[in-house]
Design a protein around this ligand. Sequence first.
Ligand code: PCA
Length: 324
Amino acid sequence: MKRRLFSLTLAASALACSLPAAAQTAWDLPSAYPATNFHTVNLNAFASDVEKATGGKLKITVHANAALFKAPEIKRAVQGGQAQIGEIILAAYQNEWAMFGADGIPFLATSYEDSRKLYAAQKPILQKKLAEQGLMLLYSVAWPPQGIYSKKPLASAADLKGSKWRAYSPATSRIAQLVGAQPVTVQAAELSQALATGVVETNMTSGATGVDSKLFEHLKFYYDVQAWLPKNAVIVNKRAFDALDKASQDALLKAAADAETRGWAASQKVNTDSLATLRANGMTVEPGSAALKADMQKVGATMLQEWLGQAGAEGQQMLDAYRK
Ligand code: PCA
């Protein structure tokens, strides 16, 4: 009797020890932007929502500022399962598939409203493509509109000629070529260092990144031409998702939908706030002259044609859906 009781106790304690370990899943989420960035703040809220909703069964650790993987490596890391989930900027992958770059084309969608429409047109094919790659789209949020940062005042695009231009995507490199600047690819996490060491002196990004990277310490002018709103996307490895129980999957999808709503609202607020912060730190923030805008719009028109050449019928279809 005593012996039986002993072995029962043993079995019970073994069960107690093994249960929590087996039931808890820990995921790593690499992202490429600083902890204070609104996308990262949103990611942390998302992770905390997931942990709460699953009663601690699914724990997601956000690794901000490209600490785990460099920006351009995050997609492959999630595809390969080195990370179960990650945040990418879609436009960085345009060379892999033209449609990833749809939201990086200058002056195709320039407001939050148009950016949402473009997302709606892009989403079904995006989901299909990612599924083919063993990935799933959880949510996507736009950055604020992209403007031009410069050390010197810009009367027109001619003033950008010969400048060392920081790029974060194939499209931002192409803009440099079209205005006669020299593109240098630098991820956001290394932008302030690249400016400090003179590796770059001009670039196009948002007010948000201007504040994150303290661009006002090196650059004096921001032309808020609102050329496009690139999107970040949170993607998950499909095998990792399938390994979750149904309740955890549902909790994850619900938290993702909430994060998407929250993220778009945050982006819009950050846009307004960050332009004020740039001004408060001594930057001249202007809409840009008619000549500068016309020059950049011409660049955009060229790039849309080039993109259509790359994207083919699939691209045209998406464009038609967007413009409907
Ligand atoms: N900030 C990111 C991408 C777009 C943006 O506004 C960056 O500059 O890398």
